[in-house]
Write a protein that binds this ligand. Structure first.
Ligand code: GAR
Length: 212
């Protein structure tokens, strides 16, 4: 069976990218990373791509007159690689209409909080400051809002009394590394269907029917 063609957009360290690559290499994800694109020249994710012979491309947003032009350049690269699913993995930019229209319901993001709580760039810090007892991570389809799209999977972790942003982030990222690949695999199997705000997963047990 043909493997799902992924394009991964990153801005930094790329540990989620690494987890996806490792899961693919372990034979547990029917996908291939065709290209890694970054908006930051220093992103360590580029090294990770190189280590696995995956093309890495730096697209400098400053070289374009506006977001639409920048995203056209990104879409062109994704199209050349015939990417089927765009995976945001620590991509710290709000996705605009050019990318969204090129990949409707075909862009996923991972966020380090239980959305809709604590969207934005500091999910872990905001959870600690607020004083919640549980937080976690969310994989969702991307829409035009900031971390507002339909939710695919979530994982929960406890928040400890002595947690700071970093200790909580360390607990959450372990779960991120698991659920992102799981969500992509569900997509690869054609099991995700967006119905309004909800993402239905075929083959999942129904509470009423008790059937799977
Ligand atoms: C991850 O924790 C991811 O959830 C978060 O950035 C980190 C990237 O780590 N993304 C966001 O906050 C998006 N709003 P990584 O580069 O090691 O995968």
């Amino acid at each position: 069976m043909a493997k799902l063609r992924l394009g991964v957009l990153v801005s930094g360290r790329g540990s989620n990218l690494q987890a996806i690559i490792d899961t693919i290499e372990a034979g547990n994800l029917d996908a291939e990373v065709k290209v890694v694109i970054t908006d930051k020249s220093e992103a360590y994710a580029l090294e990770r791509a190189k280590n696995h012979n995956i093309p890495g491309v730096y697209v400098n947003p400053m070289q374009y007159t506006n977001k639409a032009e920048y995203e056209k350049a990104v879409v062109q690269i994704l199209a050349e690689d015939r990417v089927e699913l765009v995976v945001l993995a620590g991509y710290m930019r709000l996705v605009g209409s050019v990318l969204l229209e090129a990949y409707p319901s075909r862009i996923m993001n991972i966020h380090p909080a239980l959305l809709p709580a604590f969207p934005g760039a500091h999910g872990q810090r905001d959870a600690v400051s607020y004083g919640v007892r549980f937080s976690g991570c969310t994989v969702h389809f991307v829409d035009k809002g900031m971390d507002t799209g339909p939710i695919i999977l979530q994982a929960v972790v406890p928040v400890m009394q002595d947690d700071d942003e970093d200790t909580l982030a360390a607990r959450i990222i372990k779960e991120e590394h698991k659920i992102y690949s799981q969500a992509i695999q569900l997509y690869a199997e054609g099991r995700l269907k967006v119905e309004g705000r909800r993402v239905m997963i075929s083959g999942e047990c129904g509470v009423e029917s008790g059937e799977c």
